[in-house]
Design a protein around this ligand. Structure first.
Ligand SMILES: [Zn+2]
Ligand SMILES: [Zn+2]
Length: 354
């Protein structure tokens, strides 16, 4: 395939794991007949951005441009695009492509494509340019229309950006394991993912309990929707809830003890991981054996489910709690994110890159 015509846009990139991000220019392809060109208005800052920029998962190609919580406006469409027109408000999440033929893609579960993360918004492979994909810390992006999402008109656009990763990452497992009324659901960690998990579990009708190591987060957890808060370092509080949960979402991306949360589950309960700590976490067999408990994981969501999640958020007025930053504040934001010093998601105002 001939390399398509490209155009240059401003972006923020890093050339190596130990170098801060800085302004640069990157190339985007001119829209092909099935592409949508999007001016990026806001981009959320995911913990994965930091892992990726610093090559903590070992597969980063440089220069790296992170960013996969993208909200923007359509500025051009290819001749064959049917679902979008210039001026539409749209989103792009963690995926910009997939093989479209494997069993997972055929089932609408593109996030589990046999090609792995080749369709990633960053860290994937752009088959048009024959180069690594570059993410949303940039002025614009060009994406095939099948991977572009509609943002409901009533949502605040900046606060909607984190729905594209933090939102779907927590919505999908809660839906898959059919969380709803009459169930007791735990959420571990009140960060970018955790605060969205609390909002969704509450909206689905469950009794929601937030586990945190910080007593200072109790009031805030209740404000975002938790019925109850357990300080996980307090053995008395943990004992009071032991064996009582139907489902727990663990949204912590740092090293921590899973076994104490397995012990919180009732018989046949399920603990699902959505965070990605760098090193393996030890699991003891007895907490699993004793009550036939399950430990599982879940990765973002497919395109159809992501649209379903966005529409649900439109109907229920759900967005993320955000702190807006300028593009040139990103390195400082990473340092604060490492200290959990953000309530609860940084979102970059991309006009600050113009
Ligand atoms: Zn993410
Ligand atoms: Zn596939």
């Amino acid at each position: 395939m001939a390399k398509p015509v490209c155009f240059s846009v401003k972006a923020y990139a890093t050339p190596a794991a130990t170098v801060p991000l800085a302004a640069t220019t990157i190339e985007r392809r001119q829209p092909t007949p099935t592409d949508v060109q999007i001016q990026i208005l806001y981009c959320g800052v995911c913990h994965s951005d930091l892992h990726f920029a610093r090559n903590e998962w070992g597969f980063t190609a440089y220069p790296a441009v992170p960013g996969h919580e993208i909200v923007g406006r359509v500025t051009a469409v290819g001749s064959g695009v049917k679902k979008f027109k210039v001026g539409d408000t749209v989103g792009v999440g963690c995926l910009v492509d997939s093989c479209r033929t494997c069993p997972s893609c055929a089932a609408g579960l593109e996030q589990y494509c046999d090609l792995g993360l080749a369709g990633g918004t960053y860290g994937g492979w752009d088959k048009h340019l024959n180069a690594p994909t570059l993410g949303g810390y940039s002025q614009s992006i060009v994406v095939t229309e099948d991977f572009v999402l509609r943002i409901p008109a009533n949502l605040d656009l900046a606060a909607a950006a984190p729905l594209l990763c933090a939102g779907i990452t927590t919505y999908s497992p809660l839906r898959h394991w059919k969380v709803g009324a009459g169930q007791k659901v735990g959420v571990v960690g009140l960060g970018g993912l955790g605060h969205m998990a609390v909002k969704f579990a509450r909206a689905f009708g469950a009794h929601v309990v937030l586990f945190t190591t910080s007593p200072g987060k109790v009031a805030d957890a209740k404000r975002v929707g938790a019925h109850d808060v357990v300080v996980s370092t307090d053995d008395k509080q943990m004992a009071a809830h032991a064996g009582s949960f139907d489902f727990i979402v663990d949204a912590v991306s740092a090293q921590h003890d899973l076994n104490v949360y397995l012990n919180q589950l009732k018989r046949d309960g399920n603990l699902t991981l959505v965070g990605a700590p760098e090193k393996p976490l030890p699991v003891a067999s007895f907490p699993l054996l004793l009550r036939r408990r399950s430990l599982s994981g879940s990765l973002i969501g497919g395109i159809a489910e992501t649209q379903e999640m966005l529409d649900f958020c439109g109907q229920h007025g759900i967005t993320a709690d955000i702190e807006m930053i300028r593009m040139d504040e990103i390195n400082e934001a990473y340092e604060r994110m490492l200290k959990s010093d953000v309530k609860y998601r940084f979102v970059i105002d991309m006009t600050s890159l113009q």
